[in-house]
Design a protein around this ligand. Sequence first.
Ligand SMILES: NC(=O)c1ccc[n+]([C@@H]2O[C@H](COP(=O)([O-])OP(=O)(O)OC[C@H]3O[C@@H](n4cnc5c(N)ncnc54)[C@H](OP(=O)(O)O)[C@@H]3O)[C@@H](O)[C@H]2O)c1
Length: 252
Amino acid sequence: MEVNNRVALVTGASRGIGKAIAKGFAEKDYRVIVHYNMNKAEAEKTLSELPGGSHLLVRADMADSESVQAMVDEAKENMGRIDALVNNAGVFIEHPPADTGFEDWRKAWKETIYTNLIGPANLSYFVARHMIKDAGGRIINISSRGAFRGEPDAPAYGASKAGMNSMSQSLAKALAPHNIFVYTVAPGYVYTDMVRDFLEGPEGDEIRAQSPLNRAASPEEIAGLVVYLASDAPEYLTGSIIDINGASYLRN
Ligand SMILES: NC(=O)c1ccc[n+]([C@@H]2O[C@H](COP(=O)([O-])OP(=O)(O)OC[C@H]3O[C@@H](n4cnc5c(N)ncnc54)[C@H](OP(=O)(O)O)[C@@H]3O)[C@@H](O)[C@H]2O)c1
C-alpha cells in the first residue's frame, strides 16, 4: 500500500461527525490528530478504532486560546506537519429569547461564540502559520444550515455559524496566495448526540420530513464530503460554502 504521509487535525473527534471524519481520513491513509475536550474515554475509543498507525490524541478547550495554541504546538512537534485542519468541534445551547433569563442568555452567547467561532478562528490562525511555512494546506469548517435559516431557540448558534461562513470566505481570500484553500460545509440535521433528543422526541417525524429523503444525514455522509474536500476537491472551489442538507433547505 502506498504510504500517505498527510496529516489531518480533526476537532471534536471524540463523538459524532468528528469521529466519522477521523475514521474517513484514516481510511485514506492519513495520520490523524484526534482532538477532544471532555470525553477522553470516547476519544481514546475513536483513536483505537482508526485503521493505520501513528495517530495522535490531543486535548484542548476551543474556548481557551492558550489551550488551543498548546495543542497546535504539541501536534506539530509530534506529527511534523498539518496538511488538513477540520474545525468541527461545536456546541448547540438552547436559549429562546422569550423564555431565558439574562444571565443564562449571556452565558449561552459567550460559550457559543467562544467555542464555535473564536476557537476555530484561533486554531485556523495557529495552523495556517505552520501551513504557510510548509507550502500549503486545506482548512474545512463545519458550519450549519442554521446560519441561513435562523435558529429561533439558539440565536447565538445561528450567529456563530454565520460568522464562521464569513470567516471562511475571508480566510479563503487571505490564504490562497499561500496555497491554503478553505472550504465550508453546512449540514442540516445529522444523527449525533447534539440532536438525538430532537430526532427521537415528539418532533422527530417533522424534522425528518423536512427532507424529501425523510431522514437526517448520517455522520459518515458528512465525513465523506469533508475528506473529499481535504484530499481531492479543486483548489478553485476555495471560499465555497457547500450545503449538505438533503434538500431540506434550498437557498439562492
Ligand atoms: N448534528 C447536527 O445535526 C449538526 C448539524 C449542523 C452542523 N453541525 C455541526 O457539526 C459539528 C459537530 O457536531 P456533532 O453533531 O458531531 O456534535 P456532538 O456529537 O455534540 O459532538 C461535539 C464535539 O465537539 C466537542 N466540543 C464541544 N465543546 C468543546 C469545547 N469547548 N472545546 C473543544 N471541543 C468541544 C466535543 O468534545 P468532547 O465530547 O470531548 O467534550 C465533541 O467531540 C458542530 O460544529 C455542529 O455545530 C451539527
